[in-house]
Design a protein around this ligand. Structure first.
Ligand code: YSA
Length: 347
């Protein structure tokens, strides 16, 4: 029996050395180590018929042959894999033993997140979300909002003009300076009751500082119906502030002037940085203004064909970056657009 085992070993070694590819190796495995009819298994099966004194020695020898053949097989397979890789160009080699690369998972920019949160708050109060053009015409951005040419209020909105002139040789196209032009576009298309929020980019030709950018975002709100009053406007905006900032933040309303509302107000939240004591960010006032608002001017309603004796409107324009600064305690608006991944990954 021992000679038989030696014969199998010699045959297996020479056949394994001669195996050229994966198919040859697989055939070899079945022939010598196969679980059903492999040569080694057959020897082990025959042990039961052997005289008891021979059984132990042959069993041990057959097992050590099995271990030796398995080790030889592993070495051969490894060599075959290396050989296959060596034949490929460097770029297509895959080292399956390297740890995987974690895919980078994207996320929304903090300003997009904040804008969605603001729109979501108003959607749940029954406002419908719409969007409008960033390149506007003078009529919607100014004229229809009671800001005719030469009106001093045009100075509030330093404008990027598009290089285009109308038949009268006037500059008539611009990058919208606020989202308010969409008030007119919506009312031209829709009869009251109206309840919309408009979100998007706005552009102003002005110097940047800790609280001002030349490209920023606004969320405009407009509601027109019978009997809307300043109390509805204040109630809606208090609810918005409570949802975004929690019940503990202080809210301030003040009279303000916008030609397209009467009366006009602005709303501010107590400064997150100094708690209202006054600092660089709030320009020593203790407050950060987040929006302009008011009751839609009757002449704006009349211009779109609404009866201003029957309908009244409330409107507001929220600065999204200012809301994000207050929410997350960001002391400079410019961080949002510096594209520093260490900053952006925090949100
Ligand atoms: C007023 C009355 C309405 O019935 C409707 C809307 C408005 C708002 C008006 N359209 C407007 O744009 N007013 S605003 O010039 O005071 O800007 C509104 C908000 O945008 C500000 O309160 C501030 O939060 C933000 N903002 C203004 N200029 C900014 C700015 N945010 C960043 N950078 C700037 N340069």
């Amino acid at each position: 029996m021992q000679t038989n085992l030696e014969k199998i070993r010699a045959e297996a070694e020479s056949e394994l050395a001669a195996a050229k590819d994966a198919a040859d190796i697989e055939r070899w495995r079945n022939k010598f180590l196969g679980r059903k009819d492999g040569a080694v298994v057959q020897i082990l099966r025959g042990l039961a018929q052997m005289p008891i004194d021979e059984r132990k020695a042959v069993g041990e020898a057959a097992n050590s042959l099995k271990v030796a053949l398995e080790a030889a097989l592993a070495t051969k397979e490894d060599a075959a894999k290396r050989e296959a890789l060596a034949g490929q160009p460097e770029s297509s080699k895959v080292d399956v033993t390297l740890p995987g690369v974690q895919p980078a998972i994207g996320r929304y920019h903090p300003i997009t997140q904040t804008m969605r949160e603001i729109v979501g708050a108003f959607s749940s109060m029954g406002f419908q979300a719409v969007e409008g053009p960033e390149v506007e015409i003078d009529y919607y951005n100014f004229e229809a909002l009671n800001i005719p040419k030469g009106h001093p209020a045009r100075d509030m909105f330093d404008t990027f003009w598009v290089d285009y002139k109308n038949d009268k040789g006037e500059r008539a196209m611009l990058l919208r300076t606020h989202t308010s032009p969409m008030q007119i576009r919506v009312m031209e298309k829709q009869k009251p009751p109206v309840r919309v929020v408009v979100s998007g980019k706005v552009f102003r030709y002005e110097a940047t500082d800790a609280t001002h950018e030349s490209i920023f975002h606004q969320v405009e709100g407009l509601a027109v119906d019978d009997n809307l009053s300043l109390a509805d406007l204040k109630g809606t905006l208090y609810e918005f502030a409570r949802r975004l900032f929690g019940a503990d933040r202080k809210v301030r309303f003040r009279c303000d002037y916008f030609p397209f509302v009467e009366p006009g107000v602005d709303m501010a939240i107590d400064c997150f940085n100094c708690g209202g004591q006054g600092c660089r960010i709030c320009k020593e006032t203790g407050w950060l203004e987040i929006m302009g608002a008011g009751m839609v001017h009757p002449s704006v309603l009349e211009r779109v064909g609404y009866d201003s004796k029957q309908y009244t409107g409330l409107a507001f324009g929220i600065g999204v970056e200012r809301v994000a600064m207050l929410k997350y305690g960001i002391d400079d608006i410019r961080h949002f657009y510096a594209n520093d991944m260490r900053f952006l990954r925090q949100f």
